[in-house]
Structures are given as C-alpha cells and as structure tokens.
Design a protein around this ligand. Structure first.
Ligand code: FAD
Length: 336
C-alpha cells in the first residue's frame, strides 16, 4: 500500500507515526529484530516502517530481506534507496525486487557524497567518467523512478530542518541554500518529505512554515514528516548529534548532561524531551498544512524508548473493534 494513500485515508486531525529500522548484520540479529518487529507491529501499530539502505548498495541484499520481512508482518514498508557510488544494476534490481515484494514506497536519497579524490564537484565527476551511473543528486533518482515506474511507487525525499551538513566538506548549514534543490526534487515527483532528526523544535517549526508558505506552492499539500531520534544512551546521543551536525539546544543539553552518569535517567529525560517536542509540533498552528500530523522515529532498532514515547503521546491507533473488522472482511470479499 502507498503511505500517501494511508495518510489520505486518515481524518485531517489524526496523528500517525512511522518507525525506521536498519538491516542487522547477522542472522541472529535479524532473528532478534524479527521478534521485536512483530511485537511493535502489534503493540504500537505504526502507519508504516522504513528500511534503510547502506550507501553504495552495501546492504542491498539485507535491506531487501528486511523489507520483505516487514511486508510479511503486514507492515506497510518504505524502502530507502541511494543512487550515488553504486552500479545502476544494483538500483534496478532493488526497484524490481521491491515491486515483486509488493512494496509501493521508496525514499529516494542521494547517499554519501561521491569520493572527491580529484577534488572535482559531483557533476564534474560524472562527466569525467562516472561509469554507468547517471545519478548525482537525489532528484536524479526521483526522475528515474518516475520514468521507469510511473505512479507505481509513492516517492519520499529527505529534508534538513537545520540545513544540510556534509561531513566530508564542512560548510555552514543553511536551509535557504538547500531550498531550491528541495523544491526541484519535490516538483520532480516526490509525494512525501521526511526530515533529518533534530532537537531544536523551534528550528523545525520555522522550517516547515517556510516550506508551507513557499511561493512555488510545491510544499503546500505534501506530507512533511519530522524525524525524531529517541535518546537511547548518553554516548549514542553525543555520537549521533555530532555525526549528523544536529544542534542540541541549551535546554536539552542541560537536562541530558545533568544525568549523564545514570543510564536510566538519561533515557527518562530523553523520553520527556521527545514527548514535549511532539506536543509542541502537534500544537503548532503554523505547521501541518491541514494534513494529518505524522512523526518519524529513528529507532536504531531499539524498542523501549520509542514505545514509551508513542504511548505517552497517545500516538498508538486504536484497534478497530471486532464489528468494524467484520464489516471490512465482508467488503473485502466483494460481490458474490
Ligand atoms: P540531495 O537531495 O541530492 O542533496 C544533497 C546536497 O546537495 C544538499 O546540500 C543539496 O542542497 C545539494 N543539492 C541537491 N541538488 C543539487 C544541485 N542540482 N546542485 C547543487 N547542489 C545540489 N543515507 C543512506 O546512505 N541510507 C539511508 O537509508 C538514508 N536514509 C535517510 C533518511 C532520511 C530521512 C534522511 C534525512 C537522510 C538519510 N540518509 C541515508 C542520508 C542521506 O543519504 C545523506 O544525507 C546524503 O548525503 C544526502 O542525501 P539527499 O537525498 O538529501 O541528497
């Protein structure tokens, strides 16, 4: 099922959430995740789940395996795909396999910056022998999927509420520099937008407001789903925020630092911080675009923190009553 159809089917004032998982390296890891996914599917009932893709196609087989597992658990799946530093045949195989598995959703990403061993910009690199790969930016992948598959896939793209950060080439993050490109890839055929995680909720709200009121109009009616990273531990929090150049506002930093020696307290403060962020976004009158409000969780394959957060924020949808299920079943059988 397309996530966009599922979002459209919700009441306008509804909230929903999605969960992101990465493919475990070992069969034992996958088995553990299988059990966790099953529990989360039944207990938390996300509207959809995302399966990440290792840059350069490094996890191609494992990502497809995990995506297939998610589908088999009845979870609507978004498969991430990157397009640079990767042979086109890997990309074509992934799209074809996704289709065979009944996956209707792709998050189209660029992936890591192509290696700049010659210090050329990315376009130059391709002109100077990028092999069979015509992809330089995510927009190229969006166009390619549309060209090859028409409307079969709902396509998502990434956005950065604090500005895109390139770890290899640190330049000041600047949302206004990214905006024309976000417009371009959205206009090229994106159906939804998912963001980098953040802790600066004001920055997120003003980012979404800029998009919603953008004169191009391309962001007016598109689901924009803020990315949230639950705090799993002090070390992970420090590492991920640094790695992704995500700002930690003073208020958040003080609270986490004050309990950094106590793992349980770090988690508890993290849950409260995320809960407050969700409430602020949900209550903001400047965002949402009149659409159901979604939240995306980077789970790092962990269950507890996100379970507490969606529970405390009342994001878990009710199970349809047995009556409603019966009616749906009847309808599914169709005439005769
Ligand atoms: P793009 O949209 O191509 O943008 C990259 C940069 O280039 C930006 O600075 C943009 O402003 C600029 N740019 C775009 N078009 C042009 C142009 N025409 N001319 C000049 N500059 C341009 N990575 C993975 O490897 N696997 C994953 O599963 C994964 N999942 C992610 C999920 C989310 C929600 C997010 C936010 C990121 C994810 N990433 C993942 C990381 C992502 O691949 C990297 O951040 C990557 O470096 C950029 O990808 P993009 O799709 O945003 O790139």
């Amino acid at each position: 099922e397309k996530v966009t159809d599922k979002i459209k089917a919700l009441p306008k004032d509804a909230t929903y959430f999605s969960l992101e998982f990465f493919p475990p390296k070992t069969p034992a890891g996958l088995q553990n995740l299988h059990a966790r996914l099953d529990r989360m599917a039944k207990g938390l009932r996300p509207l959809f789940v995302n399966v990440t893709w290792g840059a350069g196609g490094s996890t191609a087989t494992k990502s497809l395996e995990l995506a297939s597992l998610c589908q088999s658990l009845g979870l609507t799946t978004v498969l991430h795909l990157t397009c640079t530093n990767m042979s086109k045949s890997v990309l074509d195989d992934a799209l074809e396999n996704a289709k065979l598995m009944g996956i209707r959703n792709i998050l189209a990403l660029r992936g890591d910056e192509p290696r700049h061993h010659e210090y050329l910009d990315a376009t130059e690199q391709v002109r100077n022998g990028g092999g069979d790969n015509e992809f330089v930016y995510a927009v190229d992948l969006v166009k390619y999927i549309r060209k090859q598959y028409g409307d079969y896939f709902a396509i998502g793209v990434a956005a950065y509420p604090e500005g895109y950060a390139e770890s290899a080439y640190p330049v000041a993050q600047d949302t206004s520099r990214d905006l024309p490109y976000l417009r371009e890839k959205t206009a090229a055929g994106a159906d939804f937008i998912m963001t980098q995680f953040f802790y600066d909720v004001e920055a997120y709200i003003s980012f979404e407001k800029v998009l919603r009121t953008d004169e191009s109009g391309v962001f007016k009616d598109i689901p924009i789903i803020p990315g949230l990273m639950p705090v799993q531990s002090y070390q992970i929090f420090k590492r991920t925020t640094k790695l992704c150049s995500v700002k930690v506002p003073d208020g958040v930093s003080t609270r986490i630092e004050s309990v950094k020696a106590d793992d349980e307290m770090v988690k508890e403060h993290g849950i409260r911080i995320l809960t407050e962020m969700i409430d602020k976004i949900r209550n903001s009158t400047e965002t949402g675009g009149g659409l159901p409000r979604g939240f995306h969780f980077y789970t790092l394959n962990l269950e507890k923190a996100v379970a507490f957060i969606v529970e405390r924020c009342s994001l878990i949808p009710e199970i349809p009553t047995s009556n409603e299920v019966a009616v749906e079943d009847e309808e599914d059988e169709g005439p005769g």
